[in-house]
Design a protein around this ligand. Structure first.
Ligand code: PLP
Length: 389
């Protein structure tokens, strides 16, 4: 049997930081002992609202959906996306020219980077930031340039990019994973101004578009770059409607970027199951009470986890959005070591910040993706761990 070596573009991918940790979590959770608590991921634990499930069940039985749908996705779905943009963010997008549909925002961001970044060009990424951005830039053969997000506000420090004269893409993400920060208009104005100078496109990852706390609605970058002069924005149904496994996301904004992304999409990913598209319309056009309740659930979890950590003496700010708590390792220790010992000694998995870039070092990310009882137990075990160490 011949043994094949991966193509250079696959061999050059950055090592997947999470793969080794995941294998260890699987091994530890299979061992006898107390229930393993895994809050290291952003995998929503709540069920998808019933009316969306019911629509999927109906649509799966419809033989019309057993055939190939169009590569561009149904107009009905692109129109539902446009309606939600108008209602939630006061932004008008043209469903014909300014919207593209993907199997999640992961795929939308991948398509944006691969459609825009030529080999050797600079792709500017937030540090700390969501790890797949680096992989997307690597697949494009582009260079990555970090833009620092520093505490306490975690907004991009464009002054740190002084030596960078040209770039193909600037990628930002608010509400921000991993820090939980929201952006204000000034951040997006500065992003658009910077991309103008550098000749870059602005790709905004708006995966947590519905998850703002304390009554704050996260700001769309398309509401700030109102003419879509340089901006495209990726959204997902994964978080807003707890549909992470369903794989539906979309991008909207600058028509020339969307055209390039659609070109890429047609050949790279083909198309999305028609029944998923109909269920997505039900999610976007249906009652939004479930999406609002979800914000209240995560906010309540945030309050109890932040209060619990502070009782233990941890230095932690309450996140303004997403469903992550970002905290310094108590006592200033090493995050990788802390997280490994916590897994082994307390059967609790949190994400060490090192996986999000150099500015993540010394931090831990806790996902609010477990029920109240598990989060209460999490605080108990963290207390026992810090007392012993
Ligand atoms: C910041 C960010 N962007 C994008 C994604 C991808 O989500 P999906 O592909 O499910 O839309 C995630 C998922 O965790 C995320 O945290």
């Amino acid at each position: 049997m011949a043994l094949f070596r991966p193509a250079a573009r696959v061999a050059a991918l950055p090592p997947n930081f999470w793969a080794g940790m995941d294998a260890e979590i699987r091994r530890l959770s299979a061992e006898p002992g107390a229930a393993f608590i895994d809050v290291s991921k952003g995998n929503p634990d709540r069920p998808t609202p019933e009316h969306i499930v019911a629509e999927m069940q109906r649509a799966v039985a419809d033989r019309g959906n057993h055939r190939y749908p169009s590569h561009l996705a149904r107009l009905s779905l692109r129109e539902a996306i446009a309606r939600r943009y108008r209602e939630d963010h006061g932004v008008d997008v043209d469903p014909d020219e300014q919207v593209a549909v993907y199997h999640g925002s992961h795929e939308a961001i991948m398509a944006a980077v691969l459609a825009l970044a030529d080999p050797g060009t600079a792709v500017v990424l937030p540090d700390p930031g969501y790890p797949m951005y680096t992989a997307a830039a690597s697949l494009a053969g582009a260079r990555t340039v970090p833009v620092p997000l520093d505490a306490p506000a975690y907004q991009p420090d464009f002054a740190a990019l002084d030596g960078v004269e040209q770039a193909s893409v600037l990628l930002l993400n608010y509400p921000n994973n991993p820090t939980g920060a929201l952006a204000d208009a000034a951040t997006f104005e500065a992003a658009v101004a910077w991309t103008e100078r550098a000749g870059a496109a602005f790709v905004h990852d708006f995966a947590y578009s519905s998850l703002g706390f304390d009554g704050r609605r996260p700001l769309s970058a398309l509401a700030v770059d109102a003419g879509f002069t340089r901006t495209v924005e990726a959204q997902t149904l994964s978080k807003t409607y707890s549909m992470a496994g369903w794989r539906v996301g979309f991008a909207a904004g600058n028509a020339s970027i969307i055209a390039a992304m659609r070109r890429y999409q047609t050949d790279a990913f083909s198309t999305l199951f028609g029944a998923s598209q109909e269920a997505a319309v039900a999610a976007l056009d249906g009652d939004q009470a479930g999406a609002r309740e979800l914000v209240a659930v995560y906010e309540r979890r945030r309050d109890s986890v932040v209060a619990g950590l502070r009782r233990l003496g941890w230095e932690v700010a309450a996140p303004q959005g997403t469903f992550f708590v970002w905290a310094r390792v108590p006592g200033g220790g090493d995050a990788l070591d802390f997280a490994r010992r916590l897994r082994e000694e307390q059967r609790v998995a949190v994400a060490p910040g090192d996986g999000f870039g150099s500015r993540g070092r010394g931090h831990l990310r806790i996902g609010l993706v477990a029920d109240d009882a598990a989060l209460h137990e999490l605080i108990e075990r963290l207390g026992a761990f810090t007392r012993r160490n």
